[in-house]
Design a protein around this ligand. Sequence first.
Ligand code: FES
Ligand SMILES: [Fe+2]
Length: 435
Amino acid sequence: MLSKDKNELLTRVGPGTPMGNLLRRYWMPVAGISEFDTRSTKPLRLMGEDLVLYKDLGGAYGLVDRRCAHRRADLAYGMVEQQGLRCNYHGWRFDAAGHCVERPFEATAIPGDPGKDRIALKAYPVKLLAGMVWAYMGPLPAPELPEWEAFSWPDGFAQVVISEVPCNWFQCQENSIDPVHFEWMHENWGKRLRTRDMTLGPTHLKLDFEEFEYGFTYHRVKADSDEQDEAWTVGRVCLWPNAFFLGEHFEWRVPIDDENTLSVTWKYTRVPKERAPYEQGSVPTWYGPLTDAAGKWIDTHIMNQDFLAWVGQGRIADRSLERLGASDRGIVAIRRRFFEELDAIAAGAEAKGTIRDPAKSQRVPLPMMDREQVLKAHTIDEILTNPRMKVHYTSYIFQAGQPEEVRRAFSAAMGVEVREFEGIVQSRGKAVAQT
Ligand code: FES
Ligand SMILES: [Fe+2]
Protein backbone atom coordinates (compact mmCIF):
# COMPACT_ATOMS: atom_id res chain seq x y z
CA MET A 1 0.00 0.00 0.00
CA LEU A 2 1.29 3.45 -0.90
CA SER A 3 0.11 6.91 0.05
CA LYS A 4 -1.63 8.86 -2.68
CA ASP A 5 1.34 11.27 -2.76
CA LYS A 6 3.80 8.46 -3.38
CA ASN A 7 1.52 7.00 -6.05
CA GLU A 8 1.59 10.37 -7.81
CA LEU A 9 5.39 10.45 -7.62
CA LEU A 10 5.66 7.04 -9.31
CA THR A 11 3.12 7.67 -12.02
CA ARG A 12 3.25 11.34 -13.15
CA VAL A 13 5.61 11.80 -16.08
CA GLY A 14 4.83 15.21 -17.57
CA PRO A 15 7.47 17.95 -17.94
CA GLY A 16 8.84 19.07 -14.58
CA THR A 17 7.64 16.03 -12.63
CA PRO A 18 10.27 14.05 -10.66
CA MET A 19 9.49 10.76 -12.46
CA GLY A 20 9.33 12.61 -15.79
CA ASN A 21 12.82 13.95 -15.05
CA LEU A 22 14.06 10.44 -14.23
CA LEU A 23 12.63 8.76 -17.34
CA ARG A 24 13.85 11.54 -19.63
CA ARG A 25 17.43 10.49 -18.76
CA TYR A 26 17.06 7.28 -20.79
CA TRP A 27 16.76 6.64 -24.51
CA MET A 28 13.31 5.31 -25.39
CA PRO A 29 12.23 3.36 -28.51
CA VAL A 30 9.36 5.34 -30.00
CA ALA A 31 8.75 4.02 -33.54
CA GLY A 32 9.93 1.51 -36.11
CA ILE A 33 12.38 2.60 -38.80
CA SER A 34 10.33 0.71 -41.39
CA GLU A 35 7.32 2.95 -40.68
CA PHE A 36 9.16 5.65 -42.60
CA ASP A 37 9.17 3.54 -45.78
CA THR A 38 5.62 4.75 -46.31
CA ARG A 39 5.41 8.02 -44.41
CA SER A 40 7.64 11.01 -43.73
CA THR A 41 6.09 12.42 -40.56
CA LYS A 42 4.54 10.78 -37.55
CA PRO A 43 2.79 12.60 -34.70
CA LEU A 44 3.88 11.20 -31.34
CA ARG A 45 2.88 12.02 -27.79
CA LEU A 46 5.69 11.17 -25.37
CA MET A 47 5.69 11.81 -21.65
CA GLY A 48 2.87 14.30 -22.04
CA GLU A 49 4.53 16.27 -24.86
CA ASP A 50 3.07 16.49 -28.35
CA LEU A 51 5.82 16.00 -30.92
CA VAL A 52 6.41 15.10 -34.55
CA LEU A 53 8.95 12.53 -35.65
CA TYR A 54 10.06 12.92 -39.26
CA LYS A 55 12.54 11.60 -41.78
CA ASP A 56 13.74 14.23 -44.23
CA LEU A 57 14.70 13.65 -47.87
CA GLY A 58 18.37 13.57 -46.87
CA GLY A 59 17.53 10.53 -44.70
CA ALA A 60 17.96 12.31 -41.37
CA TYR A 61 15.42 11.95 -38.56
CA GLY A 62 14.16 14.75 -36.35
CA LEU A 63 11.86 14.92 -33.33
CA VAL A 64 10.39 18.38 -32.80
CA ASP A 65 7.45 20.17 -31.23
CA ARG A 66 4.17 19.28 -32.86
CA ARG A 67 3.22 22.98 -33.17
CA CYS A 68 4.96 25.37 -35.52
CA ALA A 69 6.81 28.24 -33.85
CA HIS A 70 5.06 30.74 -36.17
CA ARG A 71 1.33 30.41 -35.54
CA ARG A 72 1.07 26.92 -34.10
CA ALA A 73 0.06 24.94 -37.18
CA ASP A 74 0.33 21.15 -36.91
CA LEU A 75 3.75 20.04 -38.15
CA ALA A 76 2.49 16.47 -38.59
CA TYR A 77 1.23 17.91 -41.91
CA GLY A 78 4.64 19.42 -42.63
CA MET A 79 6.61 18.75 -45.82
CA VAL A 80 10.00 17.12 -45.47
CA GLU A 81 12.82 18.70 -47.46
CA GLN A 82 16.39 17.69 -48.26
CA GLN A 83 17.16 19.04 -44.81
CA GLY A 84 14.46 19.43 -42.21
CA LEU A 85 10.72 19.91 -42.02
CA ARG A 86 8.71 22.74 -43.60
CA CYS A 87 5.41 23.88 -42.13
CA ASN A 88 2.55 23.54 -44.61
CA TYR A 89 0.89 26.80 -43.48
CA HIS A 90 3.41 29.55 -44.41
CA GLY A 91 6.47 27.51 -45.34
CA TRP A 92 8.78 28.11 -42.41
CA ARG A 93 11.46 25.42 -42.36
CA PHE A 94 13.15 23.91 -39.29
CA ASP A 95 16.21 21.67 -38.95
CA ALA A 96 16.55 18.61 -36.69
CA ALA A 97 17.94 20.78 -33.88
CA GLY A 98 14.71 22.80 -34.11
CA HIS A 99 16.35 25.94 -35.57
CA CYS A 100 14.28 27.94 -38.02
CA VAL A 101 16.46 27.93 -41.14
CA GLU A 102 14.08 29.56 -43.63
CA ARG A 103 11.06 31.88 -43.66
CA PRO A 104 10.17 32.40 -47.34
CA PHE A 105 8.14 35.64 -47.16
CA GLU A 106 10.27 37.21 -44.43
CA ALA A 107 13.38 36.56 -46.57
CA THR A 108 11.68 38.45 -49.41
CA ALA A 109 10.48 41.31 -47.22
CA ILE A 110 13.69 41.64 -45.17
CA PRO A 111 16.75 40.46 -47.16
CA GLY A 112 18.73 37.86 -45.22
CA ASP A 113 15.92 37.52 -42.69
CA PRO A 114 18.16 37.80 -39.62
CA GLY A 115 15.09 37.41 -37.38
CA LYS A 116 14.81 33.71 -38.14
CA ASP A 117 17.96 32.99 -36.11
CA ARG A 118 16.10 33.80 -32.90
CA ILE A 119 13.37 31.24 -33.60
CA ALA A 120 13.56 27.61 -32.61
CA LEU A 121 11.27 24.68 -31.93
CA LYS A 122 11.70 22.33 -29.05
CA ALA A 123 13.74 19.43 -30.47
CA TYR A 124 15.09 16.16 -29.09
CA PRO A 125 17.95 13.91 -30.27
CA VAL A 126 17.04 10.77 -32.19
CA LYS A 127 19.06 7.63 -32.96
CA LEU A 128 18.42 4.49 -34.99
CA LEU A 129 19.16 1.02 -33.62
CA ALA A 130 17.80 -2.51 -34.10
CA GLY A 131 15.05 -1.42 -36.48
CA MET A 132 13.76 1.18 -34.03
CA VAL A 133 13.86 4.96 -33.74
CA TRP A 134 14.99 6.02 -30.26
CA ALA A 135 14.40 9.40 -28.62
CA TYR A 136 16.16 11.13 -25.76
CA MET A 137 14.24 13.90 -23.98
CA GLY A 138 16.49 14.60 -20.98
CA PRO A 139 19.29 16.99 -20.09
CA LEU A 140 22.25 17.16 -22.48
CA PRO A 141 24.72 15.72 -23.11
CA ALA A 142 22.72 12.55 -23.62
CA PRO A 143 24.16 9.29 -22.29
CA GLU A 144 25.04 6.54 -24.76
CA LEU A 145 22.23 4.51 -26.27
CA PRO A 146 22.98 0.98 -24.94
CA GLU A 147 23.47 -1.46 -27.78
CA TRP A 148 22.20 -4.52 -25.95
CA GLU A 149 24.03 -7.65 -26.98
CA ALA A 150 20.81 -9.10 -28.43
CA PHE A 151 20.84 -6.43 -31.14
CA SER A 152 24.07 -7.91 -32.56
CA TRP A 153 22.95 -11.55 -32.73
CA PRO A 154 23.51 -13.01 -36.20
CA ASP A 155 21.23 -14.85 -38.61
CA GLY A 156 18.05 -13.55 -37.06
CA PHE A 157 14.67 -12.25 -38.12
CA ALA A 158 13.64 -9.33 -35.90
CA GLN A 159 10.25 -7.67 -35.74
CA VAL A 160 9.00 -4.64 -33.83
CA VAL A 161 5.47 -4.72 -32.41
CA ILE A 162 3.82 -1.60 -31.01
CA SER A 163 0.54 -1.00 -29.16
CA GLU A 164 -0.97 1.94 -27.33
CA VAL A 165 -2.17 0.70 -23.96
CA PRO A 166 -4.64 2.99 -22.15
CA CYS A 167 -3.09 3.01 -18.68
CA ASN A 168 -0.15 4.43 -16.77
CA TRP A 169 3.35 3.12 -17.54
CA PHE A 170 4.22 2.08 -14.00
CA GLN A 171 1.62 -0.67 -13.65
CA CYS A 172 2.97 -2.05 -16.96
CA GLN A 173 6.50 -2.02 -15.59
CA GLU A 174 5.51 -3.64 -12.30
CA ASN A 175 4.53 -6.62 -14.45
CA SER A 176 8.23 -7.00 -15.37
CA ILE A 177 9.01 -8.10 -11.82
CA ASP A 178 5.92 -10.20 -11.13
CA PRO A 179 6.80 -13.86 -11.75
CA VAL A 180 3.69 -15.37 -10.13
CA HIS A 181 1.28 -13.73 -12.57
CA PHE A 182 2.65 -16.05 -15.27
CA GLU A 183 1.28 -19.13 -13.49
CA TRP A 184 -2.19 -17.62 -13.03
CA MET A 185 -2.75 -15.28 -15.91
CA HIS A 186 -0.97 -17.06 -18.75
CA GLU A 187 -1.12 -20.71 -17.69
CA ASN A 188 -4.21 -21.26 -15.57
CA TRP A 189 -6.50 -18.55 -16.90
CA GLY A 190 -5.15 -19.04 -20.43
CA LYS A 191 -6.11 -22.71 -20.26
CA ARG A 192 -9.48 -22.02 -18.63
CA LEU A 193 -10.36 -19.68 -21.50
CA ARG A 194 -9.88 -22.39 -24.10
CA THR A 195 -10.65 -25.71 -22.45
CA ARG A 196 -12.88 -27.28 -19.82
CA ASP A 197 -9.76 -28.59 -18.12
CA MET A 198 -9.82 -27.37 -14.50
CA THR A 199 -6.36 -28.72 -13.58
CA LEU A 200 -3.85 -26.10 -12.61
CA GLY A 201 -0.30 -25.70 -13.88
CA PRO A 202 2.81 -26.12 -11.72
CA THR A 203 2.78 -23.77 -8.75
CA HIS A 204 5.52 -21.34 -7.74
CA LEU A 205 7.39 -22.61 -4.68
CA LYS A 206 10.08 -20.02 -4.17
CA LEU A 207 11.02 -16.55 -5.47
CA ASP A 208 14.05 -14.36 -5.30
CA PHE A 209 14.90 -10.89 -6.62
CA GLU A 210 18.31 -9.35 -7.14
CA GLU A 211 19.45 -5.93 -8.22
CA PHE A 212 22.26 -5.42 -10.75
CA GLU A 213 23.66 -2.52 -12.74
CA TYR A 214 20.90 -2.45 -15.38
CA GLY A 215 17.90 -3.40 -13.29
CA PHE A 216 16.68 -6.40 -11.34
CA THR A 217 16.45 -10.12 -11.99
CA TYR A 218 13.66 -12.33 -10.73
CA HIS A 219 14.22 -15.98 -9.93
CA ARG A 220 11.68 -18.74 -9.45
CA VAL A 221 11.41 -22.39 -8.52
CA LYS A 222 8.17 -23.99 -9.63
CA ALA A 223 6.76 -27.41 -8.88
CA ASP A 224 8.15 -28.64 -12.22
CA SER A 225 11.68 -27.23 -11.74
CA ASP A 226 14.43 -27.07 -9.15
CA GLU A 227 17.35 -24.88 -8.08
CA GLN A 228 19.46 -26.15 -10.99
CA ASP A 229 16.99 -24.69 -13.46
CA GLU A 230 18.05 -21.42 -15.15
CA ALA A 231 14.74 -19.93 -14.04
CA TRP A 232 16.39 -19.96 -10.60
CA THR A 233 20.10 -19.63 -11.41
CA VAL A 234 19.77 -16.91 -14.09
CA GLY A 235 16.21 -15.58 -14.04
CA ARG A 236 14.50 -12.88 -16.05
CA VAL A 237 15.49 -9.23 -16.32
CA CYS A 238 13.35 -6.33 -15.18
CA LEU A 239 15.35 -3.78 -17.14
CA TRP A 240 15.68 -0.36 -15.54
CA PRO A 241 13.70 1.86 -15.73
CA ASN A 242 10.86 0.70 -18.01
CA ALA A 243 11.57 -2.55 -19.83
CA PHE A 244 11.56 -6.32 -19.60
CA PHE A 245 14.16 -8.60 -21.24
CA LEU A 246 13.18 -12.22 -21.81
CA GLY A 247 16.04 -13.53 -23.93
CA GLU A 248 14.50 -13.56 -27.38
CA HIS A 249 12.56 -10.37 -26.83
CA PHE A 250 12.45 -7.02 -25.10
CA GLU A 251 9.34 -5.14 -24.02
CA TRP A 252 9.50 -1.42 -23.30
CA ARG A 253 6.72 0.52 -21.58
CA VAL A 254 7.19 4.07 -22.91
CA PRO A 255 4.91 6.67 -21.32
CA ILE A 256 2.72 8.51 -23.83
CA ASP A 257 1.34 10.53 -20.93
CA ASP A 258 0.11 9.73 -17.41
CA GLU A 259 -2.77 7.60 -18.70
CA ASN A 260 -1.36 5.91 -21.80
CA THR A 261 1.67 3.77 -22.56
CA LEU A 262 3.37 2.81 -25.78
CA SER A 263 4.22 -0.89 -25.58
CA VAL A 264 7.20 -1.55 -27.86
CA THR A 265 8.44 -5.11 -28.38
CA TRP A 266 11.59 -6.18 -30.24
CA LYS A 267 11.46 -9.89 -31.01
CA TYR A 268 14.35 -11.94 -32.43
CA THR A 269 14.11 -15.40 -33.93
CA ARG A 270 17.23 -17.20 -35.11
CA VAL A 271 16.80 -18.85 -38.49
CA PRO A 272 17.23 -22.64 -38.62
CA LYS A 273 20.65 -24.04 -39.51
CA GLU A 274 19.55 -24.78 -43.08
CA ARG A 275 18.63 -21.12 -43.67
CA ALA A 276 21.93 -19.57 -42.46
CA PRO A 277 23.69 -17.34 -43.25
CA TYR A 278 20.75 -14.97 -43.19
CA GLU A 279 20.82 -11.19 -43.48
CA GLN A 280 17.53 -9.41 -42.76
CA GLY A 281 16.95 -6.54 -45.18
CA SER A 282 14.61 -4.46 -43.07
CA VAL A 283 13.02 -5.04 -39.67
CA PRO A 284 9.21 -4.94 -40.05
CA THR A 285 7.13 -2.92 -37.59
CA TRP A 286 3.49 -3.68 -36.93
CA TYR A 287 0.80 -2.35 -34.64
CA GLY A 288 -1.07 -4.89 -32.51
CA PRO A 289 -4.76 -4.29 -31.75
CA LEU A 290 -6.09 -4.52 -28.19
CA THR A 291 -9.68 -5.42 -29.03
CA ASP A 292 -11.34 -7.56 -31.70
CA ALA A 293 -13.86 -6.44 -34.32
CA ALA A 294 -16.68 -6.74 -31.76
CA GLY A 295 -14.82 -4.51 -29.30
CA LYS A 296 -13.95 -7.39 -26.95
CA TRP A 297 -10.46 -7.34 -25.41
CA ILE A 298 -8.21 -9.92 -27.06
CA ASP A 299 -7.17 -12.62 -24.57
CA THR A 300 -5.48 -15.24 -26.73
CA HIS A 301 -1.88 -13.97 -26.75
CA ILE A 302 0.51 -13.49 -23.85
CA MET A 303 0.96 -9.74 -24.04
CA ASN A 304 -2.71 -9.16 -24.83
CA GLN A 305 -3.47 -10.94 -21.55
CA ASP A 306 -0.98 -8.66 -19.80
CA PHE A 307 -2.54 -5.58 -21.43
CA LEU A 308 -6.00 -6.37 -20.17
CA ALA A 309 -4.62 -6.97 -16.67
CA TRP A 310 -2.83 -3.62 -16.66
CA VAL A 311 -5.79 -1.70 -18.04
CA GLY A 312 -8.05 -3.51 -15.58
CA GLN A 313 -6.06 -1.93 -12.72
CA GLY A 314 -7.45 1.46 -13.81
CA ARG A 315 -6.05 4.29 -15.93
CA ILE A 316 -3.65 5.01 -13.03
CA ALA A 317 -3.72 2.17 -10.48
CA ASP A 318 -4.59 3.51 -7.02
CA ARG A 319 -1.89 1.94 -4.88
CA SER A 320 -3.38 3.44 -1.72
CA LEU A 321 -6.07 0.73 -1.96
CA GLU A 322 -3.93 -2.32 -2.66
CA ARG A 323 -2.95 -5.07 -0.20
CA LEU A 324 0.43 -6.47 -1.18
CA GLY A 325 1.31 -10.13 -0.59
CA ALA A 326 4.36 -12.38 -0.57
CA SER A 327 4.46 -12.46 -4.38
CA ASP A 328 5.06 -8.69 -4.47
CA ARG A 329 8.56 -8.48 -3.00
CA GLY A 330 10.02 -7.51 -6.36
CA ILE A 331 7.42 -4.80 -6.83
CA VAL A 332 8.21 -3.39 -3.39
CA ALA A 333 11.94 -3.49 -4.24
CA ILE A 334 11.63 -1.54 -7.49
CA ARG A 335 9.31 1.06 -5.96
CA ARG A 336 11.84 1.61 -3.17
CA ARG A 337 14.64 1.98 -5.74
CA PHE A 338 12.62 4.45 -7.78
CA PHE A 339 12.06 6.61 -4.69
CA GLU A 340 15.80 6.45 -3.91
CA GLU A 341 16.65 7.32 -7.50
CA LEU A 342 14.26 10.27 -7.53
CA ASP A 343 16.15 11.67 -4.53
CA ALA A 344 19.56 10.84 -6.01
CA ILE A 345 18.76 12.51 -9.33
CA ALA A 346 17.38 15.57 -7.55
CA ALA A 347 20.72 15.73 -5.72
CA GLY A 348 22.60 15.67 -9.03
CA ALA A 349 23.62 11.99 -9.24
CA GLU A 350 23.95 10.10 -12.51
CA ALA A 351 20.82 8.02 -13.19
CA LYS A 352 21.07 4.26 -12.50
CA GLY A 353 22.45 2.22 -15.39
CA THR A 354 23.12 5.11 -17.76
CA ILE A 355 26.30 4.63 -19.79
CA ARG A 356 28.70 7.48 -20.64
CA ASP A 357 31.59 5.44 -22.07
CA PRO A 358 30.96 4.65 -25.77
CA ALA A 359 33.04 1.45 -25.55
CA LYS A 360 30.91 0.19 -22.68
CA SER A 361 27.70 0.80 -24.64
CA GLN A 362 28.63 -1.79 -27.31
CA ARG A 363 27.17 -5.30 -27.06
CA VAL A 364 26.01 -4.81 -23.48
CA PRO A 365 25.28 -8.28 -22.07
CA LEU A 366 22.26 -9.05 -19.90
CA PRO A 367 21.47 -12.17 -17.84
CA MET A 368 19.66 -14.59 -20.10
CA MET A 369 18.14 -18.01 -19.51
CA ASP A 370 17.61 -20.54 -22.33
CA ARG A 371 20.58 -18.99 -24.14
CA GLU A 372 21.34 -22.10 -26.14
CA GLN A 373 17.73 -22.62 -27.16
CA VAL A 374 17.48 -19.05 -28.43
CA LEU A 375 20.92 -18.68 -29.98
CA LYS A 376 22.03 -22.07 -31.23
CA ALA A 377 21.37 -22.77 -34.89
CA HIS A 378 18.96 -25.71 -34.70
CA THR A 379 17.85 -27.76 -37.68
CA ILE A 380 14.25 -27.43 -38.83
CA ASP A 381 13.72 -31.00 -37.67
CA GLU A 382 15.01 -30.25 -34.16
CA ILE A 383 12.78 -27.21 -33.97
CA LEU A 384 9.62 -28.94 -35.11
CA THR A 385 10.06 -31.87 -32.72
CA ASN A 386 10.61 -29.63 -29.66
CA PRO A 387 7.23 -28.11 -28.66
CA ARG A 388 8.79 -25.17 -26.79
CA MET A 389 10.79 -24.18 -29.87
CA LYS A 390 8.19 -25.15 -32.42
CA VAL A 391 5.59 -22.70 -31.13
CA HIS A 392 7.96 -19.77 -31.69
CA TYR A 393 8.68 -20.83 -35.28
CA THR A 394 5.13 -21.64 -36.32
CA SER A 395 3.28 -18.66 -34.79
CA TYR A 396 3.73 -15.30 -33.09
CA ILE A 397 2.65 -16.00 -29.54
CA PHE A 398 3.10 -12.62 -27.88
CA GLN A 399 0.52 -10.44 -29.58
CA ALA A 400 -2.48 -10.89 -31.83
CA GLY A 401 -2.75 -9.22 -35.20
CA GLN A 402 0.53 -10.00 -36.93
CA PRO A 403 -0.06 -8.80 -40.50
CA GLU A 404 -0.06 -11.32 -43.28
CA GLU A 405 3.00 -9.77 -44.98
CA VAL A 406 5.07 -10.03 -41.78
CA ARG A 407 3.96 -13.62 -41.29
CA ARG A 408 4.96 -14.42 -44.87
CA ALA A 409 8.37 -12.74 -44.49
CA PHE A 410 8.99 -14.62 -41.24
CA SER A 411 7.88 -17.91 -42.75
CA ALA A 412 10.14 -17.38 -45.78
CA ALA A 413 13.10 -16.59 -43.51
CA MET A 414 12.55 -19.67 -41.35
CA GLY A 415 11.52 -22.13 -44.05
CA VAL A 416 8.67 -23.14 -41.74
CA GLU A 417 4.93 -22.71 -42.21
CA VAL A 418 3.42 -20.17 -39.82
CA ARG A 419 -0.17 -19.87 -38.60
CA GLU A 420 -2.20 -17.84 -36.10
CA PHE A 421 -1.41 -18.67 -32.48
CA GLU A 422 -4.44 -20.05 -30.68
CA GLY A 423 -3.33 -19.74 -27.07
CA ILE A 424 -0.94 -21.28 -24.59
CA VAL A 425 -0.87 -25.05 -24.62
CA GLN A 426 0.79 -27.42 -22.22
CA SER A 427 3.47 -29.78 -23.33
CA ARG A 428 4.44 -32.57 -20.96
CA GLY A 429 3.34 -30.45 -18.02
CA LYS A 430 5.45 -27.46 -19.10
CA ALA A 431 3.95 -24.44 -20.72
CA VAL A 432 5.42 -23.85 -24.16
CA ALA A 433 6.36 -20.33 -23.29
CA GLN A 434 7.73 -19.01 -20.03
CA THR A 435 8.01 -15.38 -19.03
S1 FES B 1 2.14 28.40 -38.76
FE1 FES B 1 3.85 27.38 -39.50
S2 FES B 1 4.66 28.67 -41.02
FE2 FES B 1 2.96 29.73 -40.26
FE1 LIG C 1 2.68 -11.58 -18.53
